[in-house]
Ligand binder design. Sequence first.
Ligand code: F6R
Length: 606
Amino acid sequence: MCGIVAAIAEREVSRILLEGLKALEYRGYDSAGMAVIQGQAIDSLREVGKVQRLEQALEAHPLPGRLGIAHTRWATHGKPETRNAHPQASGHLMLVHNGVIENHQHWREHLLEQGYQFSSDTDTEVAAHLLHQRMASGDELLSAMQWLAGALEGAFALAAISTKEPEHIVACRKGAPLVIGVGIGEHFVASDPMALLPVTRQCIYLEEGDVADLQRESVSIYQQGQAVKRPVHRLDTESGRASKGAYRHWMLKEIHEQPAVLAECLEGRLDSQGRVLPLLAHDESAWLQSIENLHIVACGTSYHAALVARYWMEEWLQIPVHVEIASEYLYRRVVVPDKTAFLCISQSGETLDTLNALRKARKKAYQHYLGICNVARSTLVREVDHCLMTRAGPEIGVASTKAYTTQLTALALLMLAMGQARDENSENLQQAGKQLLRLPSDVEAVLAHADAIRQIAEALMQKTNVIFLGRGYQYPVAMEGALKLKEISYIHAEAYPAGELKHGPLALVNEELPVVAVAPNDRLLQKLQANMKEVQARGGQLYVFADEAVQPEGQLRGLVHLPLGGDWLSPVRASVALQLLAYDVAAMLGHDVDQPRNLAKSVTVE
Ligand code: F6R
């Protein structure tokens, strides 16, 4: 999704801005641009496509100067075209923008009446012209930005520079993250701390509604016009981008990191007897015990993690668990029974739909507001009462892999903690805890079957449609497998609960259609076998990911035997196998696996 980088320094800033943009590439974007002030002049470059194209343009046309703003854009208003890329200009000033301005149409009409002309389709240009208009009527850049932050509706972050005031950058945060980097005699702004790592480890996280004024030697922050102080944090060096090493793609590296990050997620949270140690707070046992209902809200892959957790929690805790996609939860009447906790799950902690769902939930009478997240200083972490960190480390590949399996692990821990709060001495829960302790090595064992999985990928890469089937725990696994395949290979894939085939999708099955079934050795195996026969009887091409003890009957196009098991943690093992499948198909097709088309790592718009 869009990225902002800005810098004011003693030295030239274009290289700093470029390195910042490169650090944000993993978030997904479709165009990039930069503007730098030198003396009384402002100059800019904008390119559709990769940051590398901007870099080439800069070689041909350098932008000297010690004050500048830069941006990677992910199209929302207007196609990915140069005229829609940022920075957007209005006379003496230029502006970059993340997020969406909801009342842009209202202001566009107002500006047209005032004689302003538009050269882009963006809501960003509306903001640039408004800032310009405000300065034309006497405001300085800072007060114009303070006014603008109040006048615009939506969730956004802005940074602007003007040749009329070439000694500072002004930025504001309203619904989209923004962080200030503090250097020696230089300051930076970025939408993600990743972009600051090449230049500083000191940073200030802006709060909602903050407007910041950055000069070379100072930073001032205002909240509703009043100066405020915000603490300086030290960026964790762990959040730095490690190298891809020998791996061809970040996604492959992240798939193989899973045994290590799952171990990290469990570290210090389970004792050797499988008992959960305090996860969220020292007094958690009493209030975890009192939860009688759970509402879980998330998007995409995080939603799939929540669906798996529903099976776990209803089975082990026997409490009703309602799981919902955040953008749906947002726009319907939600009924909250007594003693219900709200849980939101987000890798980034910045997904706007999920944050808005949390804000809506905050107005309801939930008993607790909990989160599961991977980014320590994210908005979500700040807005929930208690957050369980997944400790997956930075995930660079847009398609979520290690973030997902650590979410599942965190949900498993939460389930055990809630169970333990209800029955401190439950033998079953302790056994489950011991199984969870073995998960990192179980996943290692699945990864050892990568070669066999690649053979199935070779067959699927020729296809245009794939159906994934699973039952019980494996239904959300099938959904996640289908999502992974479609997002990086662009092959159409759908998931069905296997028992649902005969209610419609069976009509699609013929000799051309590949059907991937996930078959652990669990109590639903017989039922699944019957569904697989329904596919075989129609000549469908059946590919099965089966536990080593399972011998599927009839004709198969492909079979991978894996240590899936049949226990409650089999969805984690099976998901890892399907991640490898999707990766292999996409890599063999030659796609940009880490930055699939049209997708962004962190979706900060509605
Ligand atoms: C898919 C994927 C997305 C995210 C979704 C939510 O591989 O990564 O579906 O899971 O955009 O993102 P977070 O978890 O950051 O809220």
